[in-house]
Ligand binder design. Structure first.
Ligand code: GLY
Length: 387
C-alpha cells in the first residue's frame, strides 16, 4: 500500500498540527463555563451535548481533554475544571453494580491523569480501587475479561461470557496498577486477555469481530459476533481502531514486539479500507446500498494509534508510511469534521457514529474529541499520555 497522495508532505508538518492544537485548546477553554461540572455523553444536531448519568463509559473523555489541555498549557483553569469532576469518579467507585470493563477508560483519563500530572495521592488510590474492581472481571480459565453487565439490550445470559474488542484500551489501567504497586497480577491478567483476543477476535485477514463469546460455564471459545458494527462478518471501524490503539499501547507497556506487529497489520487493514478523504465509513465492509455514514471517532482513534506505531517502528520507511497515513487521516478530520471554529459548538468533531443500528450517527462524541486531541499531540511530537 503506497503512502497517501492527497496532500503534499508539507501539509503533514508538526507545525500544522501544533497550530490546530492551539485552536483545540481555545475551543475547550471557551466551553468550560458552558459545560460546568457535567460530563458530555453525545452531541445533538445543533452541536450541544446530552450529558452522562452517574455511570457512563464515556464519562471521562471530557476530563481527559481538560487534563491534556492542562499538560499543554499549564493553565490552572483546565486543572480546576478537571478536578471538579473528582466527586463524580468517587461516587462511581461506590456504584459497584455499574462497574464494567470500561473502568479503564473512566479512571485512566481522570484519576491516573491527575496522579501522573500532579502526583495526587487520593487519585492514585481511587485508580487502584478501580483496577481492583476491573480485575474481578477476569476469567482465569478462559483468560479473558467479561465486558458488560446485563443490559436492556442483552440479558445476563448473553453477557456473562462476552468479551469485546474495546476492552483492549481498558488494559492500560491494569499495566499502570502493576507499575505503581509492583504487583504483577494486574499485568498478567491484561497480557492473558490481550493474547486471548489476538487469537479469537482478530480474523485471519486482520479484520476484527466486535465481540467474542465464551461459554460462561466452561469458558471455552464459542464464536465472534458484531454488536455495534454492520454484521457479524463485517468490520466495525471503531472496533478496529480500539484494537490498533490498544495493541500499540500494550506493546508500549510490555516491549513484546508481537503486539506491535499485530497493531501494524490491523492498521494496514484499516488503511486499505479507507475512503480517499481519510475519514472512515463506520463499518469497513458496509455494503454500497447502505447509507455511508462517517465515523470521525474511528478516524481519531486510528490516527492516534498509527502515530504511536510510527513512533515505535525502527525502520525509517515503515515509520514514514504509518506517520503519513495517520497525518492523512488527521488532515481528513480537520477538513471535513472539525468544529473548533463553528460558533456555539461545544465539541471538537462532527460526524461520529456512536451506534448506527440505534440511529445514533452524525453526532459529536466526547471520545472522538479526546482522541482527536491525542492524535494532534502525537502528530506534533508529544509521547506521554495517561494510558
Ligand atoms: N466502547 C463502546 C464504543 O466504542 O462505542
Amino acid at each position: 500500500m503506497p503512502t497517501p497522495s492527497a496532500l503534499p508532505p508539507e501539509h503533514y508538518s508538526e507545525a500544522l498540527f501544533a497550530q490546530q492544537l492551539d485552536k483545540v485548546c481555545h475551543a475547550i477553554r471557551k466551553n468550560i463555563s458552558r459545560i460546568g461540572d457535567r460530563n458530555p455523553k453525545i452531541g445533538t444536531e445543533d452541536y450541544q451535548w446530552i450529558y452522562c448519568g452517574p455511570s457512563d463509559w464515556v464519562s471521562s473523555f471530557w476530563t481527559g481533554q481538560l487534563w491534556l489541555a492542562y499538560k499543554l498549557t499549564g493553565e490552572s483553569v483546565f486543572r480546576n475544571s478537571a478536578r471538579l469532576r473528582k466527586p463524580y469518579f468517587k461516587e462511581l467507585l461506590a456504584l459497584r453494580d455499574c462497574h464494567d470493563h470500561d473502568l479503564g477508560f473512566q479512571y485512566s483519563l481522570s484519576c491516573v491523569a491527575d496522579y501522573k500530572l500532579n502526583m495526587d495521592e487520593e487519585s492514585k488510590k481511587m485508580a487502584l480501587e478501580a483496577a481492583d474492581s476491573l480485575l474481578t472481571r477476569f476469567r482465569r480459565v478462559g483468560k479473558y475479561f467479561v465486558a458488560w453487565n446485563e443490559t436492556h439490550i442483552l440479558g445476563l445470559e448473553k453477557t456473562q461470557g462476552k468479551s469485546i474488542i474495546d476492552s483492549l484500551e481498558n488494559m492500560a489501567l491494569l499495566f499502570w496498577a502493576t507499575e505503581v504497586t509492583n504487583n504483577p497480577i494486574y499485568q498478567e491478567a491484561a497480557i492473558a486477555h490481550a493474547d486471548t483476543l489476538a487469537k479469537h477476535i482478530v480474523r485471519d485477514d486482520y479484520s476484527t469481530f466486535h465481540t467474542f463469546d465464551f461459554d460462561p460455564l466452561t469458558q471455552e471459545p464459542v464464536c465472534g459476533r458484531t454488536f455495534q458494527g454492520y454484521a457479524d462478518d463485517s468490520c466495525w471501524a471503531r472496533g478496529q481502531s480500539w484494537a490498533i490503539h490498544g495493541y500499540a499501547q500494550i506493546f508500549e507497556y510490555t516491549g513484546d514486539r508481537k503486539y506491535l506487529e499485530l497493531a501494524k497489520k490491523l492498521a494496514v487493514y484499516a488503511i486499505e479500507h479507507l475512503p480517499e478523504n481519510g475519514v472512515p465509513i463506520w463499518d469497513y465492509l458496509l455494503p454500497e446500498h447502505e447509507t455511508q455514514y462517517l465515523d470521525s471517532s474511528a478516524g481519531a482513534v486510528t490516527a492516534a494509534g498509527m502515530l504511536m506505531i510510527a513512533d515505535f517502528c525502527d525502520d525509517a520507511e515503515e515509520k514514514e508510511y504509518f506517520r503519513q497515513w495517520a497525518c492523512h487521516m488527521l488532515a481528513g478530520l480537520m477538513k471535513h469534521c472539525d468544529l473548533t471554529e463553528t460558533p456555539g459548538a461545544l465539541g471538537l468533531l462532527s460526524d461520529g457514529a456512536s451506534f448506527v443500528h440505534q440511529g445514533l450517527c452524525k453526532n459529536m462524541l466526547p471520545y472522538g474529541d479526546y482522541y482527536y486531541m491525542e492524535a494532534l499531540m502525537r502528530a506534533s511530537g508529544h509521547t506521554q499520555f495517561f494510558w
